[in-house]
Design a binder for this molecule. Structure first.
Ligand code: PMP
Length: 394
């Protein structure tokens, strides 16, 4: 029996076998079974979807939105997105260049599947959101990490990017505001990256799912740089913006030459995004935005609180994040690698953080902290962390 099991198992495709289970989910599950544990682990807003959105979506469901939606997306939603995205970017983005997807993740996987041939290279500034690696591999591509560093605030250095481009480079995956580092690409860096992407004809996948969580100045997208609308796919999501992670609605827009094929992939992979979720997304986009602005302000306050506490801890160094709800402190004053740090902190103090190594080798030496619980809990978690760091100081 055992023999049969192992020969049958060898039939599983090696690409999929090579993927690791998600460290974030694994650690979060362990923490969920512990009493009095404060989870700063999974990147999920603790706010609920506002009542107004739920009521509208339920009403729409009662009125017949229980059928397949058009493959590309609910027509009213596409229309709304077309106006909003055109206004936000100053570009003309007709509905024909937009697709609604199962979360931002659905847009990412569909675009990668649309463009990658086996062995094509995808450049990704590292540390990066671990699902990127899985999606590139599932689409047959190869990840080329472009390391970024604590010393430079984890900003992508254009020269580091340029150095890693080869004949096989096809996609550059950007994520600003960044998970896990909280880095936001500034105007000048965006100009320089755009220049490289244009010269080397890279398709840029710009993951902007945290675009409403920028704490200083306005969010800027690489798609607004000259010529970049022709070679950029922008990914957005309702998950974090509207506290709608479980509804699974995201969307993407890109150039005319590419989007019909992306839509084809979304259609075959999913038929369509669930109709109630799309109606909920439309309700969230249309309503008075003040509850969502308040949510983003609350994340900003929490990140400020966490940063202040971390900044005062000896043995810890931390940049103040410019966006997202993550902090990525360096733990060099403690005699543990990031994995053992996170495991011991969880076991001894019941605080969940994610080891930096989960985001690639350049994340080693740091841990990710998500500001996704209220301020009282955050203070308590920081008291525990401080005690832990003190007890383990080098
Ligand atoms: N991109 C980044 C950087 C993320 O952190 C996440 C979720 N954690 C996603 C994409 C995907 O989010 P969703 O599919 O829920 O829109």
């Amino acid at each position: 029996m055992l023999h049969l099991y192992s020969t049958m198992e060898s039939k599983i495709c090696s690409r999929i076998k090579s993927l690791q289970f998600s460290v974030i989910r694994e650690m979060s599950q362990r923490a969920a079974g512990m009493d009095d544990c404060i989870s700063l682990g999974i990147g999920e807003p603790d706010f609920d979807t506002p009542d107004q959105v739920i009521t509208q979506a339920m009403q729409d469901v009662r009125n017949g939105y229980t059928h397949y939606a058009p493959a590309q997306g609910d027509l009213e939603l596409l229309d709304f997105l077309s106006s909003q995205l055109s206004e936000e970017t100053g570009l003309s983005i007709p509905a024909s260049r937009i697709v609604v997807t199962p979360g931002g993740m659905g847009a990412l996987s569909a675009t990668l599947q649309t463009v990658l041939e086996p062995g094509d290279e995808v450049l990704i500034p590292e540390p990066y959101f671990p699902s990127y690696n899985a999606h590139v591999i599932m689409a047959g591509g190869k990840v080329i990490p472009v390391p970024t560093h604590f010393q430079t605030g984890f900003t992508l250095r254009p020269e580091d990017l340029a150095q890693r481009i080869t004949d096989k480079s096809k996609v550059l995956l950007l994520n600003s505001p960044n998970n896990p580092t909280g880095n936001v690409l500034d105007s000048e860096t965006l100009d320089q990256i755009a220049r490289i992407a244009r010269d080397r004809e890279l398709i840029v996948l710009s993951d902007e799912v945290y675009d409403r969580m920028v704490f200083e100045g306005r969010f800027e997208s690489i798609v607004t740089r000259p010529g970049m609308a022709e070679q950029t796919v922008v990914i957005k999501s309702c998950s974090k913006t509207f506290a709608m992670t479980g509804w699974r609605v995201g969307y993407a827009f890109g150039p005319d030459w590419l989007m019909p094929d992306v839509i084809k992939v979304v259609n075959y992979a999913t038929t369509c995004v669930n109709s109630p979720g799309q109606r909920a997304a439309l309700a969230a986009l249309r309503m008075d935005q003040s509850p969502f602005i308040a949510m983003s302000e609350s994340f900003q306050r929490r990140v400020g609180l966490l940063w202040k506490r971390l900044d005062q801890m000896s043995g810890i160094r931390c940049h103040r994040p410019a966006g997202s709800f993550y902090l990525f402190p360096e733990i060099s004053g403690v005699d543990l690698d990031s994995t053992r740090f996170a495991q011991s902190l969880l076991e001894e103090e019941r605080v969940l953080v994610i080891p930096g190594a989960a985001f690639g080798p350049s994340g080693e030496g740091c841990v990710r902290i998500a500001g996704t619980v209220d301020e009282e809990q955050l203070e308590k978690a920081m008291d525990r962390l401080q005690r832990f760091v003190h007890s383990r100081a080098k």
